[in-house]
Ligand binder design. Structure first.
Ligand code: NDP
Ligand SMILES: N[C@@H](CC=O)C(=O)O
Length: 408
């Protein structure tokens, strides 16, 4: 069994180290060595501070993709276009493929799954959702026995790390983001982490499996945490809450509702205890009830561990490619379905503070005004998401920025 590894960054080096550390185990399992023969990188001359012979490092992907001696390709380069092309090529040439790349899985899951099935190879992506938390395999197993009614989760290590640091240590947003980047949690471009796009992809993958329909990222209402400030976290704490970036999917009255948005949770709730880069994924099935999966959602070894668990499934020949039914009912991202209370902070442009406060009062949107001045902070009563979005749009020109979060 030979592996070609695409990418030798946070995840790739973790996979390399775990497989080398467990050499004896793999030898006893398959009766010969499990080798990582070649490793694709961008820059073969870079000093990598890891024990690997230089001649394994290559910068031409086709030395792996077209090598008939390579059985398994592990993709950990990130990005979309090249990663997608390499995965497709590998499956077409009859190799098993494992990826940690949620961007590619969310976009091309059905096509790549069909290709893998056609060629009787595995296409596995445990690490693409929840980092080190096993969720793809258990979810695939549960959907055969249960109708999944709800998914509620914290799915991004970087944003959860930032929010935890801001709440618990009063750090500013950019300082907390910087630490998350240094720890290897963030994407190459952290925009995806802080704008919620990474979570949206993960929710699309989970919902596709759970609801047996192809759920596209674009269906999902999404707001991230980029505009949160320390003034928000201070007030949120005083109110007895913490703040999380929550991903939710539910199926009600024959309609699906999918959303990614910042949410306030009571300080003593289960979700509030999910700190730093940890993730929590809760699924509710009609027979099983609620199942919760918790653990490290990002980082070198947790993520690499999930990748290697897919290698094991291939070696045991115990994997399930997932088939998506062609839907009989349509997915409907109906924002009318959901009403919540909201925490809202508006930071008016210089001199417009009185005007913005007047609009808030006239529109009767505030249930309780908490703070006025440079920042106008209030909570609302139960309100439809589309109403709060449209209110924010109406005041957009008079404010520098805003942060609003559903109160759970
Ligand atoms: N970091 C994490 O905690 C997690 C990451 N993931 C996913 O895993 C994947 C990899 O992430 P991560 O390890 O953090 O990324 P890194 O940026 O740390 O590593 C990327 C690696 O891929 C190589 N690379 C990138 N683009 C190319 C290319 N076009 N051709 C050849 N080599 C290339 C880089 O080469 P070089 O070293 O020469 O620059 C580097 O070795 C991503 O899809 C990410 O979303 C999933 C879960 C958790
Ligand atoms: N950038 C991602 C990495 C894992 O998927 C995150 O922070 O969760």
């Amino acid at each position: 069994m030979n592996i070609g590894l695409l990418g030798f960054g946070t995840v790739g080096t973790g996979v390399y180290e775990i497989i080398n550390k467990r050499k004896d185990f793999f030898r006893s399992l398959i009766g010969k060595d499990l080798n990582i023969n070649k490793v694709l990188v961008k820059d073969t001359t870079k000093d990598r501070n890891i024990n690997i012979s230089k001649d394994k490092l290559i910068d031409n992907p086709y030395f792996i993709l077209d090598d008939p001696n390579i059985d398994i390709v592990i993709e950990a380069i990130g990005g979309t276009a090249e990663a997608y092309a390499y995965i497709k090529h590998a499956l077409t040439t009859g190799k098993h493929v494992i990826t940690a790349n949620k961007a590619v899985v969310a976009k091309h899951m059905k096509e790549l799954m069909d290709l893998a099935n056609k060629n009787k190879k595995a296409f596995l992506y445990e690490a693409s959702v929840g980092g080190g938390v096993p969720i793809i395999k258990p979810l695939k197993q549960q959907v055969t026995l249960n109708d999944i009614e709800e998914i509620k989760s914290i799915l991004n290590g970087t944003s959860n790390f930032i929010l935890s640091k801001m709440i618990r240590e009063d750090l500013e947003f950019t300082d907390a983001l910087h630490i998350a980047q240094e720890l290897g949690y963030a994407e190459a471009d952290p925009t995806d982490d802080i704008e919620g796009y990474d979570v949206r992809r993960k929710l699309a993958i989970l919902s596709t499996i759970a609801f047996k329909r192809e759920v596209k990222e674009e269906y999902i209402h999404c707001r991230g945490i980029r505009t949160i400030k320390s003034v928000d976290t201070k007030v949120i704490k005083e109110l007895g809450y913490t703040v999380k970036l929550l991903a939710k999917a539910s199926f009600k009255s024959n309609k699906y509702y999918l959303s990614v948005e910042p949410s306030l949770l009571p300080d003593d709730s289960f979700y509030a205890k999910v700190e730093n880069a940890n993730n929590l994924i809760s699924i509710i099935g009609n027979d099983i009830g609620e199942l919760k999966f918790y653990g490290q959602g990002a980082g070198k070894f947790p993520t690499a561990n999930a990748v290697v668990s897919d290698v094991l499934d291939i070696l045991y020949n115990n994997y399930q490619n997932y088939g998506i039914d062609e839907g009989t009912y349509k997915l409907c991202n109906n924002t009318d379905l959901v009403k919540d209370r909201y925490y809202v902070r508006l930071s008016p442009k210089h001199t417009l503070s009185d005007y913005v406060l007047k609009v808030v009062k006239e529109e009767k949107i505030a249930d309780k005004i908490i703070k006025t001045g440079d920042h106008i902070i209030f909570t609302t009563g139960n309100i439809e998401l589309k109403k709060i979005n449209s209110f924010i749009n109406n005041v957009k020109e008079s404010i520098k920025d805003e942060f609003y979060a559903a109160i759970q």
